[in-house]
Ligand binder design. Structure first.
Ligand SMILES: C[S@@+](CC[C@H](N)C(=O)[O-])C[C@H]1O[C@@H](n2cnc3c(N)ncnc32)[C@H](O)[C@@H]1O
Length: 183
């Protein structure tokens, strides 16, 4: 069996060298803690990139045989992710779509108990609106990079306040953090 910790470390280094905006290890560990604690079963990710965050999540969900849906619209990134899922031996529990999330999400038939939004930052509010009906009541939506890229997401901040959504901003990294919304 592959050493996933080593594989993920190498993938992170590769990401840094190649300017792939993967989540930080701290953020990945934090999110994995939530998946474990809340016993998340069905996870949707917008923005797989080369699969670094997806593989972290898969390491948690495989323990309970549940699954992940991940969407990526860059062909190069999508193909790299497929390759990495195979290497990390997690392909079986990941349903991957090479698609624009804005077009595919409305057609997804499932509902999810955890959604990770990590696509184009200026579209974060649109992604939130898009996934809302796909999330079970009481469950979780996480939006990444909401501190560093707040200037690209002012409409998101206005929207969550207008809609009186229950959310927290959590500083998961030295210079950045996530928005966690409980539906
Ligand atoms: C920040 S990276 C994702 C990093 C990844 N979650 C990780 O931590 O390893 C954002 C990715 O979202 C993809 N993306 C942006 N907008 C998208 C959309 N509308 N549909 C699908 N993918 C999108 C980009 O091509 C890019 O690869």
């Amino acid at each position: 069996m592959i050493d996933r910790v080593q594989f993920l470390n190498e993938l992170k280094v590769h990401g840094i060298k190649n300017n792939i905006p993967n989540i930080s290890l701290q953020n990945a560990c934090f999110l994995r803690g939530i998946l474990r604690k809340k016993k998340v079963k069905k996870l949707l990710e917008i923005g797989s990139a080369n699969g670094y965050s997806t593989i972290h999540f898969a390491c948690e969900l495989e323990k309970t045989w549940w699954n992940i849906t991940s969407i990526e619209f860059s062909q190069l990134a999508y193909e790299e992710a497929q390759d990495n899922f195979k290497k990390a031996e997690v392909s079986d529990i990941i349903e991957s779509y090479f698609w624009d999330a804005r077009d595919i999400v409305p057609h997804l038939q499932e509902t999810y108990d955890f959604v990770f939004i990590d696509g184009l930052k200026k579209r974060s509010k649109d992604f939130l609106q898009l996934v809302w009906d796909k999330v079970e009541d009481g469950w979780i939506i996480v939006i990444d990079d909401v501190i560093k890229f707040r200037h690209k997401m002012e409409d998101l901040y206005i929207y969550v306040d207008e809609q009186k959504l229950t959310y927290n901003i959590l500083p998961t990294d030295e210079d950045d953090g996530i928005m966690m919304i409980i539906k």
